[in-house]
Design a protein around this ligand. Structure first.
Ligand SMILES: [Zn+2]
Length: 109
């Protein structure tokens, strides 16, 4: 259900942006989806297909671009791709990437 709220807010963001640019239709929407985000791409696609009755979205395609997890050590500032690779500072980890779901780009006509 969580994906439904996210998907409809992304879709309205895309529609607003397309209308602002005077688009007649949206051809493609590319979403950045973090490997660490709790969002399931199949669910987003499922809800997207149910929200597609908007005239601008009728022939729109949805694409996902995965964003790998990025962790940073708050002590030494180094970045890592996984907990296993991390330095020996033992200062915990900040997530600096890989937990997002955002619109990267869209093609309009
Ligand atoms: Zn460190």
């Amino acid at each position: 259900m969580h994906e439904f709220a996210i998907t409809s807010s992304l879709i309205s963001q895309v529609i607003r942006e397309a209308e602002k640019n005077g688009a007649r239709r949206i051809r493609r929407i590319t979403l950045l989806i973090g490997e660490h985000s709790s969002v399931v791409p199949e669910c987003v696609r499922f809800y997207f297909n149910r929200l597609k009755d908007h005239p601008l979205l009728k022939s729109a395609e949805l694409e996902f671009r995965p964003v790998p997890l990025r962790l940073r050590c708050p002590k030494c500032g180094q970045e890592f791709g996984s907990i296993e690779e991390m330095c020996s500072c033992n200062a915990g980890a900040e997530i600096t990437g890989g937990d997002e779901l955002t619109v990267e780009s869209m093609e309009i006509e």
